[in-house]
Structure formats: C-alpha cells, structure tokens
Design a protein around this ligand. Structure first.
Ligand code: EAX
Length: 337
C-alpha cells in the first residue's frame, strides 16, 4: 500500500514538473530532416540555414536536426517516412516524387526549361503551387520548391559530343520512367538506382555513367570514378522541402507561420548558392582531372522529343487523364518560354 502511494505521489510530482516545463516554454519540438547528399552539398547548407532561422525565431522551441548522406534511407524511403510519421522532414529531388504525386513527372521532362528564370516562373507560379498542393492528399506538406539544378552527364568511357556517343552506355538514373525513357531515347541503357548506391556502382563498374548537377558531382566526389563530363543540362532537377502532414498539424499556428517564412528564406538562399555552385564548380572539376565537353544541345532535344508524346507519360502527368496531361504539358511549355 505504502509503496503504491509513493509511486502515485511520485507520478504527481513528475506530471506537475512536466506541466511547468510546458508553461515555461521549455518543451522542445525536434524535427529530423533527412537528405541523400553529402554534408557539404547545397541541400545541407540550406537545411542548416533553416535550422538557424527557426531556432532563433522560436527561441529554441523548434530544433531542426539534419541527417545527410542517406543516413535515414533513400529519398524514396524518406518520403514514405513522412507519410508514416516516422520522419518529420526531408529535402529531396523530384526523382522519387512522381511515385507519390504523378503530376510531378511534368517537371522531370527533358529540356522543359531553358534557364533558371524559366524554372522559377513555373515553380513559383500557378503550375508549381497547384502541384505542391496535391501533396497534402498523400499526407505530406510542401514547404517550397528548392533546387537541385541542371543535370549533366558523367561517364568513365568516352567524351560525349552528340547523342550517338551515348550508345550502349550503362547509365544510372533516378527512379522514374521519364528518366528511363529519356536515356533510352538517347541510345543509353538506363538503370534506376537509389543515389546512396551510386558511388559504389560507378567504382565497381556496375554502371558506366550517371547524371547530376555539378554541386552533386562535386560534393559526392564522382570525379574520382568518372573521367568525362558533358554539359548537357538535359533535365532541370527541382527539389522540394517536405514535412509530414502529421507533424505539421501538431505544430501551433505561430510555429507553422515561422516555419513557412523561414522555409521561403532558406529556399532563396539555396537557389543563390546553387547558382554560385554552377558558376564555380566547373573549374574545380577540371582541376580534379575531368575532361569537359559542351555538346550542341539541339540533337539531344530532338532525340528525346518522343518522351513528350509517350502516352504513358502524358497519362501519368494527367493522373490517368490524357487530355489533362497534355494540357499541363502545354501550359508548362508556354510558361517555361
Ligand atoms: O537529390 O538521386 C539523385 O541523383 C539526386 O539528384 C540526388 O540524390 C540529390
């Protein structure tokens, strides 16, 4: 009896203290944020920037904790984690996102955008915000379109000057059929694979080639296992900062507002460092011994034009409706010009 009573009063004291902590603002919300890339990559610079702003403005009530280098799984695993509520946040490429919201595939189309300005006008305009809003239906909330960047091809076999040079190259692609179809149209043999396995696959020769923005090629040190870099810029790769809808709903309106604003600021910062990375890293990669080519893009654009007419792709972009898919493609092409 006696010991039961003391357990009871112990519990009372415990809950009393817990209540005090809550009232004095000591309760801290930890938001784990996973990424696939190496710590020095722009995604992780941006998340650290976000972490700082949010910590300041919430007076430490929200602590964003970064887990880079696919420590918490592949991009696809992390997005699934958000749905399940086992992970709070991720900054990911659109690579796996078409498996959750098929309309995202629109943004994965080759040579859709001519420059960064055209990307931002689509992503920050109606098309981008309509697509971002669809994530709520699958248990995820978008905190904005970040940037991975224009993708370029590296390989270990030969310099690439024209689509014909891609013939037979085993190339790793992200896990979406738009990427697979594009590489097939260029004559290569695409192999979908999670990013975390890529360095080893290149090193061991499981694949000859891969494609990524300069910031990824550099931070992941692909120059150690790839001799040739072709500045094709064939895909613009957007990134998204995502938060689990369960987590989002558990935050106070004040914290939601702080997070939303900080995410927009960190996005602008990330786009800026992404642009700087493109301006600076080509020289760095040459210094690391890569042979760089600047192929004429026209023959590449022509070779992949069929991807835009592929019924499977058009239908997927329209979420099962060909006409809607075609309308979206037309709208994006107009807006991107
Ligand atoms: O999001 O999978 C990829 O190649 C991505 O570009 C990379 O993980 C960064």
């Amino acid at each position: 009896m006696k010991s039961q009573r003391s357990v009871f009063s112990g519990l009372l004291v415990f809950f009393f203290l817990l209540g005090m902590l809550g009232q004095t603002g000591w309760a801290q919300t930890i938001l784990k944020c996973g990424t696939s890339t190496q710590p020095s990559h722009i995604y992780n610079q941006a998340v650290r920037h976000l972490e700082k702003i949010v910590e300041e403005r919430t007076k430490g009530e929200i602590d964003i904790q970064l887990f880079p280098a696919a420590q918490l799984g592949s991009e696809r695993d992390m997005v699934e984690g958000l749905q399940l509520g086992s992970l709070e946040m991720t900054l990911t490429s659109t690579g796996p996102l078409g498996n959750f919201v098929p309309q995202v595939k629109l943004l994965n189309l080759p040579f859709l955008f001519k420059d960064r300005e055209s990307c931002y006008s689509v992503l920050d305009g109606k098309i981008g915000s309509d697509i971002a809003d669809l994530f709520v239906e699958v248990g995820i909330r978008s905190l904005g379109w970040y940037e991975n960047g224009f993708r370029n091809i590296t390989n270990s076999k030969r310099p690439i000057e024209k689509p014909g040079d891609m013939e037979g190259l085993k190339i790793r692609v992200m896990e979406d059929d738009v990427f697979i179809l594009t590489m097939k149209a260029l004559g290569a043999s695409p192999l979908p694979m999670a990013f975390g396995e890529l360095y080893t696959a290149l090193e061991q020769g499981t694949v000859d080639a891969q494609e990524n923005p300069l910031a990824v090629i550099h931070s992941s040190r692909f120059f150690e296992v790839q001799d040739y870099l072709a500045m094709t810029g064939h895909f613009y790769s957007p990134a998204m900062l995502l938060i689990s809808e369960m987590t989002w709903q558990s935050l106070s309106p004040e914290h939601q507002e702080i997070l939303r604003e900080a995410a927009a600021e960190a996005r602008d910062y990330e786009r800026q460092i992404s642009k700087e990375a493109d301006a600076n890293l080509l020289e760095e990669l040459k210094k690391e011994g890569m042979t760089v080519t600047n192929p004429d893009k026209e023959p590449f654009v022509e070779a992949v034009s069929g991807v835009y007419e592929n019924p499977k792709v058009v239908k997927a972009i329209g979420d099962g409706d060909m006409e809607k898919g075609q309308a979206l493609i037309d709208a994006a092409r107009d807006a991107a010009q």
